[in-house]
Ligand binder design. Structure first.
Ligand code: 6MQ
Length: 370
C-alpha cells in the first residue's frame, strides 16, 4: 500500500480528525494544505523555501506538464521528484478540471476529451488510459483519476452524465494503473445534488481506491452550498481513507472543511493573490501594493514570524511590487504560504485539544472583521 492514512485522534465535537499520511516519499501530518506547483514549481519559491514555510506535499498538474515540457522528458530526467528537486511527497491532478475549464476548446466523448492546447491551439486527446500513462511517467506519490468535473450551476441531467462517466473512467484508470509506488485516488462528483454525490461516492468506494478526491466543488458555488454538500457526503466516507477536497481554499473554507472531516486541501489562492500584491493577515486580507502603505514601516502582519515579516516593511514590499522587482512577489508568497501552513498547524493543535469550534470562532471573528 503506497499511501495510507492513520487516524491519530478524532476531535470530540466535530468530524475533524488528526492523521498521519504515509507515502513513498515520507509521512505528513493531516489535515494538510498542499501548495500548488502546477508546472513543477511553486511559483517564485525554491523547494527549500516551500519547506521553510511548512509545505510538505506539493501538487503538480498532468495537463500542464504533458503540454510543457512533456511527460517523456520528465521521465527521462528521472521523474518529477528529481526534475524539480523535491524529495517530499507529490500529488498530480489528472487534468480533468483543466481540460473541462477550457470550455469551447474541448469535445467530450465516452472515449475521452479532445482539446486544444491553451498555449498554441494544437489538438490533443486525453483518455483515461493516456492520462494514466502520463501520471505514471511523472511518478508522483498520488495520482488523481481522470474525471469529468461538472460546472456550477448545471442541470441535474448533466451532473448525472458527468458522474456516470467519471465512474466508468475511474474503472478504466484503475485497469491500466500498474505503478506500485504510486497511489491512484478516485474523484467523487455529483455536482451539488446530495443523491448524486451519494451515488458517485458509493460507486467509487466499491472500487476500493486508497483515497478519494472530492471534485466538482470550489467551481463558483456559494460556500454555504459547498459546506452542505460536505455535510451530506462525509458521513458515508470510510474513516480509514484520506478525503481530499480539491481546489480549496481560503482560510475560512479550510477551517470549515476540517470541521467536516476533510484531510487534504490544495488551492492556488495563497500563491496567486500574493503575485497580485495581496496577503492574508490575522485581520483579513491586506493589499500591500495600495498607496496607503507607501510610508507604513510595519511588517505585513505584526503577529507573523515569517521571513518576510521579520525582515521587511509594508513600504519596502510595496516599493518592490510597484517597481516590478521580483523579490516583492517572492516575499508576499513566502508570507502567504507561511500564513496558511501556520493556520493548519493551529487547526491540528485545536483538534488535539478538542477545541476546534472555539478556534474557528476566535480565528474568524478577527479575520472577518478585517
Ligand atoms: C479558488 O481557486 C479557484 O478555484 C479553482 C479551484 N477549484 C477547483 N475545483 C476543482 C475540482 C476538480 C475536479 O472536480 N476534478 C479534478 N481532477 N480537479 C479539480 C480541481 C479543482 N480546483 C481554481 O481554478 C480556477 C483557475 C478557475 O480558479 C481557482
Amino acid at each position: 500500500m503506497p499511501v495510507k492514512i492513520k487516524i491519530e485522534k478524532k476531535e470530540k465535537h466535530t468530524r475533524a480528525r488528526l492523521g498521519k499520511l504515509t507515502t513513498p516519499h515520507g509521512e505528513v501530518e493531516t489535515p494538510i494544505f498542499m501548495p500548488v506547483g502546477t508546472q513543477a514549481t511553486v511559483k517564485t519559491m525554491t523547494p527549500e523555501e516551500v519547506k521553510e514555510t511548512g509545505g510538505r506535499l506539493v501538487l503538480s498538474n498532468t495537463y500542464h506538464l504533458y503540454l510543457r515540457p512533456g511527460h517523456d522528458l520528465v521521465k527521462e530526467a528521472g521523474g518529477l521528484h528529481k526534475f524539480m528537486n523535491w524529495d517530499g511527497p507529490i500529488l498530480t491532478d489528472s487534468g480533468g478540471f483543466q481540460v473541462f475549464s477550457l470550455g469551447p476548446l474541448r469535445t467530450i466523448t465516452e472515449e475521452g476529451v479532445e482539446f486544444r492546447s491553451h498555449i498554441d491551439g494544437s489538438k490533443h486527446f486525453f483518455t483515461p488510459e493516456k492520462v494514466m500513462e502520463i501520471e505514471q511517467a511523472l511518478g508522483a506519490d498520488i495520482a488523481m483519476a481522470f474525471d469529468e468535473c461538472a460546472p456550477y450551476p448545471c442541470e441535474k441531467e448533466y451532473a448525472v452524465a458527468a458522474l456516470e462517466r467519471t465512474t466508468r473512467w475511474a474503472e478504466r484508470c484503475k485497469r491500466v494503473h500498474k505503478r506500485e509506488d504510486q497511489a491512484l485516488f478516485g474523484i467523487i462528483q455529483g455536482g451539488v445534488f446530495p443523491d448524486l454525490r451519494e451515488r458517485s461516492a458509493k460507486e467509487l468506494l466499491a472500487m476500493d481506491f486508497p483515497g478519494y478526491g472530492i471534485g466538482g466543488l470550489s467551481v463558483g458555488e456559494p460556500k454555504e452550498l459547498m459546506y452542505e454538500v460536505l455535510d451530506q457526503l462525509m458521513p458515508i466516507m470510510p474513516e480509514d481513507k484520506p478525503r481530499y477536497l480539491m481546489g480549496v481554499g481560503s482560510p475560512d473554507c479550510l477551517i470549515e472543511g476540517v470541521v467536516r472531516g476533510v484531510d487534504m486541501f490544495d488551492c492556488v489562492l495563497p500563491t496567486r493573490i500574493a503575485r497580485n500584491g495581496t496577503v492574508f493577515t490575522h485581520n483579513g486580507k491586506l493589499t500591500v501594493r495600495n498607496a496607503e502603505y507607501a510610508r507604513d514601516f510595519r511588517p505585513m502582519d505584526q503577529q507573523c514570524d515569517c521571513y518576510a515579516c521579520r525582515n521587511y516593511s509594508r513600504a519596502y514590499i510595496r516599493h518592490l511590487i510597484k517597481t516590478d522587482e521580483i523579490l516583492g512577489i517572492r516575499l508576499t508568497t513566502i508570507h502567504n504560504l507561511h500564513f496558511i501552513q501556520h493556520l493548519m498547524q493551529n487547526i491540528r493543535q485545536a483538534i488535539r485539544e478538542d477545541r476546534l469550534l472555539e478556534y474557528r470562532e476566535d480565528f474568524l471573528k478577527v479575520f472577518n472583521a478585517g
